[in-house]
Design a protein around this ligand. Structure first.
Ligand SMILES: Cc1cc2nc3c(=O)[nH]c(=O)nc-3n(C[C@H](O)[C@H](O)[C@H](O)COP(=O)(O)O)c2cc1C
Length: 384
């Protein structure tokens, strides 16, 4: 196959027994900060943003992280899937996204000790062993065994809400420093019961969540885990443990593993949103992990690669050489929601995103956007 054919094949359909996508491109989970703080209800503006990306050609969209209980919320204006009233949010999102033939995967997350101070104030926060999470300044209580059971039930209830709302699956956020990273981290998890110590013990809660979510949603509903393969800190867990856990989850019936790496406290160059990715030069830093995991995935399971994907030739090679099945991008879609159609129809140059992370800083002004590239004149795009 020559280079042009490899690139062209990225735009062909992709199929698994319980998952069909129009192409290999995925909008990676991206918290936009568009929800109501009192109720967790998603805003019409955030729905429009996701719809714009679906209309722009992405075959699959993963929502920004949604909290599963009040104490699991990390960010201001984070979307919530903690209550049945929010099922309608999923229905509104999936109706819009499905109109364009795209899939909707809902990301569900427990923040543990990783919470903004203003979000945590006035409530109790929890983490595997208590104390203060790196980079945060709130105190947390250790999680009891009943607390662990509640977390597995909260994940299951949130996943069932996603299913009832018409989503095509859930992605359990098990990376980037949130609660599940905290359990896996030997430097954060100091428990001396069956949830701390060995890798088997530090991973136990992942398998329990998979079991309770599967029981709630049944077979045929996608359950993906997004995992940081390495914690990215000196005393943190390394890629041997991250990949072993991912392979274990596949063997236990997860439908997909989304490969990421690093945490919010591992520094700019070890973070999941690596700074200054250069198209054709420093793309796909986590590809090696994905290749290892894909070797262990069955032909019913999906390996998704996220992080620093910027140009068609690099992505075409990753699919062609069997590194992964799907390609997930986050910051490029903040900058260019119509990126996939742009690539398909007119202009195959790499994304215009320069991976500067200025988007993160716009959170304090409202819905997150790209202050460098987004054409503000397109702000009146309105499908609803
Ligand atoms: C503004 C912003 C919000 C993000 N929110 C989430 C999130 O809610 N859940 C998640 O798993 N990752 C989140 N990420 C990380 C991305 O999904 C992705 O893993 C990372 O940015 C690397 O991909 P990229 O190089 O294509 O941006 C976010 C990234 C950005 C820039």
């Amino acid at each position: 196959m020559d280079k042009a054919e490899k690139i062209h094949s990225l735009f062909y359909g992709f199929e698994r027994p319980f998952f069909k996508a129009n192409n290999r491109f995925v909008r990676s989970a991206t918290h936009l900060g568009g929800a109501d703080d009192a109720t967790g209800e998603i805003s019409i503006d955030e729905i429009k943003r996701l719809t714009e990306i679906a209309a722009g050609g992405a075959g699959t969209l993963i929502t920004g992280l949604a909290f599963i209980s009040p104490e699991s919320k990390s960010f201001k204006r984070e979307w919530g899937l903690h209550a049945d009233e929010r099922i309608n949010d999923v229905a509104r999102l999936s109706d819009e996204v499905h109109k364009f033939g795209s899939n909707l995967i809902v990301q569900i997350c427990h923040g543990g000790g990783q919470r903004e101070t203003s979000v945590a104030s006035g409530s109790i926060s929890f983490s595997p062993s208590g104390g203060i999470h790196p980079g945060c300044d709130i105190n947390t209580d250790p999680i009891s065994k009943d607390g662990i059971r509640k977390i597995t039930e909260d994940f299951a209830a949130a996943a069932l809400r996603a299913k009832k709302g018409g989503a095509d699956g859930v992605e359990i956020h098990a990376g980037h420093g949130f609660l599940l990273t905290q359990f896996l981290s030997p430097s954060i998890n100091k428990r001396d019961d069956e949830y701390g110590g060995s890798l088997e013990n530090r991973s136990r809660i992942f398998y329990e969540i998979l079991g309770s979510v599967r029981q709630a949603v049944g077979d045929g509903f996608n359950i993906w885990f997004k995992i940081s393969m390495a914690e990215g800190t000196e005393n943190g867990y390394g890629p041997e443990e991250g990949t072993a856990l991912s392979i274990g989850l596949l063997k236990s019936g997860a439908d997909g593993i989304n490969v990421s790496s690093g945490t919010s406290y591992s520094g700019a160059m070890n973070s999941p949103s690596i700074l200054g990715v250069s198209a054709g030069e420093s793309e796909a830093p986590f590809a090696g992990y994905a290749a290892e995991i894909k070797k262990h995935a069955s032909d019913r399971q999906i390996t998704i690669l996220t992080g620093g994907l910027r140009s068609l030739p690099v992505m075409a090679e990753l699919i062609y050489n069997g590194t992964c099945d799907l390609l997930a991008l986050s910051r490029p879609f903040i900058a260019e929601p119509d990126l996939i159609n742009r690539w398909l129809e007119e202009d195959t140059r790499p994304t215009a995103c320069i991976s500067c992370n200025a988007c993160f800083k716009t959170a304090k002004y409202g819905l997150i956007e790209c202050p460098v590239l987004r054409d503000r004149n397109e702000g009146n795009w309105d499908p609803l």
